[in-house]
Design a protein around this ligand. Structure first.
Ligand code: KG4
Ligand code: ZN
Length: 337
């Protein structure tokens, strides 16, 4: 039997997920039960509905992860769960389940930072990635540009001053009547559109921070003033503006820190245009691009188990009175001036 097995549990938002990972990169199973259909009728995630669904789903999802991995509770060496950031009611379900299993199975428990899990998802498929790296973390709640010179040590180069890029995708999609979640809807529609509308590229030449709220507002204003505009063209033009800002800053950061490569992580890393743009900048600058499979970009528990094991190896287990923290930040060295 393989050693160093971690059961990971992820319930920070609207996916109930469990995975079994050996060491910090060999995925034996990764089960994700999405609640998208439950929330779609409300146009976004309803926290109370999400936590109730996690309560119902967490035990069967964990059971399925164990069965698919072909392991039993006695084989597990660590139980890890996302403890933040995220929706507090949802986080509590995963953390409580993990602590209960840790107690019953007599295995150590580790609380995981969801942002750190996304940052490390690229190592699941490419464990030998060379440092230093620039990692662009783009999700529904965060947009962060990180420099990683040593493992488990991060320097935040920049982050969003207002909306996260995923939030901008979701809000623009909602305004265009494309439903929830908006990111994949805009991604698919943009393929059929023209990048014909010149939307602003906020702060593109200023430092490493981002701002997407102005871009979102200018799309909404444009649609109000041009009701005849094709939705496909609006989607393609909005996406081009957002991706150009992300890729331009990522490229500049990679040059500045002399990075060997560039990684992306988080739900928006599943975006086809962003994935292409990252390959393009890496080709131009002779950098190693790493773009995880889509299943490891959006929320999953394999990334939680993997970083759980890395952190456990370095820092040891967490006490069972460790709680969920909806506002948890990325543990970082210091902010750039
Ligand atoms: O990482 P994630 O699954 O959950 C959070 O931690 O937030 O990210 C969800 C976000 C949503 O805003 C969703 O619209 C966006 O990722 N997203 C995408 C795509 N797939 C998911 N955005 C753009 N293009 C996509 N293909
Ligand atoms: Zn996430």
């Amino acid at each position: 039997m393989t050693n160093n097995l971690t059961l990971g549990i992820e319930t920070s938002c609207d996916e109930t997920a469990a995975a079994v990972v050996a060491d910090d990169n060999t995925v034996l199973s990764s089960v994700v039960s999405s609640q998208v259909d439950l929330h779609a009728r409300y146009g976004g995630v309803v926290p109370e509905v999400a936590s109730r669904a996690h309560v119902t789903l967490v035990a069967p999802v964990v059971a399925q992860a164990l069965v698919e991995a072909g392991v039993e509770p006695k084989d597990i060496d660590l139980v890890a769960a996302t403890r933040g950031p995220g929706l507090v009611g949802s986080l509590l379900v995963g953390v409580s389940a993990a602590k209960a299993l840790s107690l019953v199975w007599d295995k150590p428990f580790k609380g995981v930072n969801h942002l750190e899990a996304h940052l490390y998802s690229c190592f699941l498929e490419e464990p030998e990635l060379e440092l230093p790296l620039v990692v662009l973390l783009v999700s529904g709640g965060h947009t962060i540009l990180v420099s990683m010179e040593e493992h488990l040590q991060y320097l935040i180069l920049g982050e969003t001053l207002d909306d996260a890029v995923g939030e901008a995708y979701d809000k623009v999609a909602r305004y265009l009547g494309l439903g929830y979640p908006g990111g994949p809807a805009i991604d698919q529609l943009a393929v059929h559109g023209q990048n014909s509308i010149k939307f602003p590229r906020p702060m593109i030449n200023e430092g490493y921070d981002f701002s997407f709220s102005g871009l979102k507002t200018s799309v909404i204003n444009y649609v109000r003033q041009h009701p005849e505009a094709r939705t496909e063209d609006i989607a393609a033009s909005f996406q081009e503006a957002a991706v150009e800002v992300l890729a331009t800053k990522t490229k500049r950061a990679a040059i500045q820190i002399n990075a060997k490569g560039v990684c992306i992580g988080g739900g928006v890393a599943a975006n086809s245009r962003l994935r292409e743009a990252i390959f393009d900048i890496c080709l131009e600058e002779d950098l190693h691009p790493f773009v995880p499979s889509r299943a490891y970009c959006t929320d999953n528990a394999a990334m939680v188990a993997a970083i759980g094991w890395r952190r456990f190896r370095q820092d040891g287990p967490d006490p069972l009175d460790l709680g969920a923290d909806p506002n948890l930040r990325l543990p970082c060295l210091s902010l750039m001036p």
